[in-house]
Design a protein around this ligand. Structure first.
Ligand code: SAH
Ligand code: MG
Length: 215
């Protein structure tokens, strides 16, 4: 028995069917987002649940997301936070941020989530000054793929020991894949080789890197 392209596609759909259950709002959110002109590039529901589980394995006090889009992944992350936990999510496009804010409110997590508007590399210094070092229990990197190395440099001092750093699309995107010379190969190797983190990857959807700050 070998892995074939057909089997790979089937298993991705199988994972979504078995593990990707979602409530009515999440189940219709991306269709509504696409109808308003947002791109259909959110994580799948099985990955959303992975994010929620991972957040809930941390103290869940403070989380950071780069790339809000429609708020889909943000709702999953917010649902894994502690009761008094908070998510800061950064989004460059105002119309994405507007859509996300309304969905986050509708999901009942509007008071736990702050959408910061701007380019991640521009607003991260202000967020770092505000939160202080080693303050983040959870980070989800999902903005500009070519900037992941710079995001890591900016965010690393903010991750608490025991905190998790998760990155999406580490095998590639519709724009290109690792084996074609695209994607986040440099970032993947940087994190994997950093002795301050223990890292692995799950091939769910387009590749999800999971790293835990160990020192
Ligand atoms: N995390 C979302 C998907 C994010 S898609 C989910 O899975 O539900 C990537 C998002 O990053 C898009 O909304 C895009 O507008 C935004 N983006 C693009 N450039 C950015 C930048 N420099 N800083 C922050 N966000 C950016
Ligand atoms: Mg993504």
């Amino acid at each position: 028995m070998t892995m074939t392209p057909e089997r790979w596609v089937f298993l991705g759909e199988y994972a979504k069917e078995v593990f990707g259950t979602e409530d009515e709002q999440l189940g219709t959110l991306m269709d509504r987002a696409v109808a308003t002109g947002l791109p259909e590039i959110a994580v799948s529901a099985d990955v959303g649940r992975l994010l929620k589980i991972l957040v809930s394995l941390t103290p869940g006090r403070l989380a950071l997301e780069l790339g809000t889009l429609a708020g889909y992944s943000g709702i999953w992350i917010a649902r894994g936070l502690a009761p008094d936990g908070k998510l800061i999510t950064i989004e460059y496009e105002d119309r994405h941020a507007d859509f996300a804010e309304s969905e986050l409110a509708r999901a009942g997590v509007g008071d736990k989530v702050e959408v910061v508007r701007g380019a991640a590399l521009d607003v991260l210094p202000e967020i770092r000054d505000r939160l202080g070092p080693a303050s983040l229990d959870f980070v989800f990197i999902d903005a500009v793929k070519s900037e992941y190395v710079e995001y890591f440099a900016a965010i690393k001092p903010m991750v608490a020991i025991g905190g998790l750093l998760v990155a999406d699309n580490v095998y590639g995107t519709g724009q290109g894949w690792i084996d074609e010379g695209y994607g986040t190969d440099e970032f993947n190797r940087l994190v994997a080789g950093d002795p301050d983190f223990e890292s692995t990857v799950t091939p769910m959807r387009e590749g999800v890197l999971i790293a835990r700050r160990v020192r």
